[in-house]
Design a protein around this ligand. Sequence first.
Ligand SMILES: Nc1ncnc2c1ncn2[C@@H]1O[C@H](COP(=O)(O)OP(=O)(O)OP(=O)(O)O)[C@@H](O)[C@H]1O
Ligand SMILES: [Mg+2]
Length: 152
Amino acid sequence: MKRILVPVDGSPASMKAALLAIDVAETYGSEITFFAVVKRPELIGTAVGGGIGYAGDMRKVVEGLTDRQRRMLDEFVDGLNCRDIVCTKDIMVGEPYEEIISHAKYIDADLIVMGRRGYSKVQRFFLGSVSQRVVSDAPCPVLVVNEDVESE
Ligand SMILES: Nc1ncnc2c1ncn2[C@@H]1O[C@H](COP(=O)(O)OP(=O)(O)OP(=O)(O)O)[C@@H](O)[C@H]1O
Ligand SMILES: [Mg+2]
């Protein structure tokens, strides 16, 4: 259990996953990589189309979204007590589940710890689509953490 990958979207469920990953890392002496994926604007559709005019300057929009994710990830990790655990933060742009799987391969992760739900309000059966796909295709075991029932 050398390397643990924790995909972070800033949701309460991913926070619960991070806290559990810290406990696991302390027990096994693992390193943790906190990982945020920036969805490309065309994958977000109208969320970005409103006002920014992304057709004109896609690169700028991706830069802006990346900055926002980086701030989210920095604040997220700052809010954790990682104690003596070696922690890394990585960000990639793309389709979240694909990037999570390829990053798990890239860092040779022994375990992925992630939330069951993210911020999306779409009700899906059992799992969100990112967690669902990661569970299906991951190169290593995946620990999926449910958020508190009362926070739903
Ligand atoms: N963009 C992302 N970057 C990193 N991790 C992510 C990202 N999106 C989701 N995750 C991880 O996946 C977990 C489950 O989120 P998921 O997106 O599957 O649920 P959802 O938002 O409810 O559903 P959906 O996104 O399919 O509408 C999150 O708790 C987080 O650990
Ligand atoms: Mg989501």
